[in-house]
Design a protein around this ligand. Structure first.
Ligand SMILES: [Zn+2]
Length: 323
């Protein structure tokens, strides 16, 4: 186990764990520089950035619970100031995300009251969907739930309770905090993190002798839920507190075992080749209508804000490549 100390702990990772005595499985997510890069690429108001940061942490928590080879996507479509929130993570740990929001409606919501983390005020009514894309040959799993909770974590909790009948405990946080530097002018950075605990029926095969009774299991679950809820946002986000230490701090009485951590990386999947293939399918007249004042067609990736520019000769080359 790592010791707490000055400076940064291992970061941008998902850490699976088990609370052995209670037969509970969980995951912890810590995001630092990678989520900071994703959120800083956009000029979102802080509450919108925070909502996306929490969505990214949730996506990493949920994806880590699945065995898949491809892309796990969390997508929210709603009728509030934020109309679309998308976060995805590949089985290699490559993450990205973006939010679509209306500045005027956002400002109106702020005037009405506190919007921080509020699903009703920032997102309104809508749906949250999960998708796993493993390529054309594999099935796409989709879960969908109405946005009924106060926070994103509440909505996901409702999904597991109602649709999967899996008791789930979730905690997420995202904030822009002072980073440790030792100096008075500490730099600030976005951080996000979360904890997810699930009570998954025992598959058998191990620990048959020390099985807790139903009552003990029920008590243990309640205790673990309370302990998870007791984690302060500041602890979940603390860049100097290793994830292992946070887990030990919370669950040490029941014995917590951690497994191999997996890295999370800020990496978009857009490329010039992908934009080429989209533009190639468009009639030339429509591409000409898309031209900027400088005569170029510019396609900007919504996820990472990277721009791909096409002048007339580029467009001609695309058209001729089609023939
Ligand atoms: Zn991109």
């Amino acid at each position: 186990m790592r010791l707490e100390g000055a400076g940064f702990a291992a970061d941008n990772l998902v850490l699976p764990f088990q609370i052995e005595a209670l037969g509970l499985r969980g995951r912890a997510v810590r995001l630092g520089a990678e989520v900071d890069a994703i959120l800083n690429r956009h000029d979102y108001p802080a509450p919108v950035a925070r909502m996306l940061g929490e969505a990214l942490a949730l996506t990493a928590l949920l994806a880590a619970a699945l065995k898949y080879d491809g892309i796990f996507t969390l997508q929210i479509q709603s009728d509030g100031p934020i109309s679309l929130l998308v976060a995805d993570v590949t089985s290699d740990g490559h993450m990205r995300g973006y939010a679509q929001f209306d500045q005027g409606r956002f400002e109106a919501a702020v005037k009405q009251g506190a919007v921080e983390r509020s699903v009703p005020r920032l997102l309104g009514a809508g749906h949250l969907a999960f998708t796993v894309d493993q390529g054309s040959v594999m099935e796409r799993y989709q879960g969908i739930v109405e946005l009924t909770g106060a926070t994103l974590a509440d909505c996901v909790h409702t999904y597991f309770r109602d649709s999967e009948q899996i008791e789930t405990c979730l905690k997420t946080a995202c904030d822009r905090i002072d980073l440790p530097s030792g100096g008075p002018d500490a730099p600030q950075g976005w951080r996000a993190g979360g904890l997810m605990l699930q009570r998954i029926p025992d598959e058998g095969g191990i620990a048959q002798t020390d099985m807790p009774t139903e009552e003990e299991a029920e008590d243990g679950w309640r205790r673990a839920v309370i302990l998870t809820g007791s984690a302060a946002d500041a602890e979940v986000l603390d860049p100097t507190l290793p994830a292992e230490n946070l887990l030990y701090r919370l669950y040490h009485e029941d014995g917590v075992r951690v497994f191999e951590r997996r890295e999370l990386i800020d990496r978009c999947r857009c490329s010039r080749e992908r934009v080429d293939s989209v533009l190639r399918g468009q009639p030339r007249a429509e591409l000409d209508d898309m031209k900027e004042p400088d005569g170029r067609v510019v396609v900007t990736c919504q996820f990472c804000n990277r721009s791909y520019g096409y002048d007339d000769s580029d467009l001609d080359a695309l058209q001729s490549a089609e023939d």
